[in-house]
Design a protein around this ligand. Sequence first.
Ligand code: HEM
Length: 328
Amino acid sequence: MDTAATMYADPPRTMERVSRRDIFTSLPARIQWLHSFLEFGTDDVQALISGQKYIKAVIPAIVNIVYKKLLKYDITARVFTTRDSRDEGPVESWPTEDSAQIEHRKMFLRWYLTKLNSDCTRMDYWEYLDKVGLMHIGKGRQNPLHVDYVFLGACLGFIQDSLFEAILSHPRLELHRKIAIVKALGKVIWIQNDLVEKWHNTDGAEYAQEEEADTLLGEIAEDEREGYLHGKKILGDHDGSSIFTSRTGSSKSSDSGKTSLGRPIEEATHLGDGMSRCPFSGMARSGPNPADLERQRATSTRSPRVNGTAPDVLQHAEGKPRAESVRS
Ligand code: HEM
């Protein structure tokens, strides 16, 4: 019998140490590691800041097409009545795009997208994204909601596609800026996806007792009003003009053969065909026309590397962004 002790090696000094326990018990640790892995850094923050006005302009249109999409399928539409995508029983009434209930939901999606388009160097930004994941699994509310992950992931993918399309089809933004904005947005949306998906799987279940999420849950239970985090109103407290947008932005349908923003796919494969369909046309003069926004589309583009570092961009308590590179 071999009694020799097994020799273990420490990871090489060049290898970063990551605690699995931390990832599953601490939201900041999870976010920090995702930032590091995705190389989400100051370049991305800058790109998002520079892209804010363009994203803000397309939010009303995106809200409309997302709800058009969710109400196109019975399996997603019924959730607005049943509050549970696992419930396949008969439905008394089906929501419509212009029902008061859906108008109300649209307002929250506008607020959510406005929040997504805000200062991502603050921890409460990521906490809110986490809360959005949590609220769709039947926790943190007196009147629970359960949406299976497949619908949430698809919805996020659709939001990402629409945002990318809008940015990439901008007629005057330089390509390198489009690339930077799309790269940064993609990272944020993938982190949002993680913060949705993590509530649906059992990874790290052995740490459940220690999870900070317990604290978060408790706080949500204390104050479960929509748009609140830790008892503070974090949605809809600014930028009201963009939040309470009129319904003039109702979209063209996303029939087959059209892009997610309603533009025929054939057209969409030709860039540079003038300003007439520009989602941002007239923005400087009179603000964007959401109906135009919904007819837009761009082709995809190859993305050269524009971001060489992966700093921790979360703000310190004093409010200063930490920007130390974790890569050599
Ligand atoms: C992944 C993309 C999604 C995002 C970002 C999102 C976001 C939100 C937000 C921000 C709220 C309310 C916010 C608050 O309390 O502050 C909400 C509530 C709700 N969501 Fe979602 N949602 C998504 C996908 C879905 C899908 C796919 C469905 C249904 C198929 C759905 C159904 C609902 C319902 C029914 C509520 C109402 C909850 C209530 O009345 O208490 N969501 N969602």
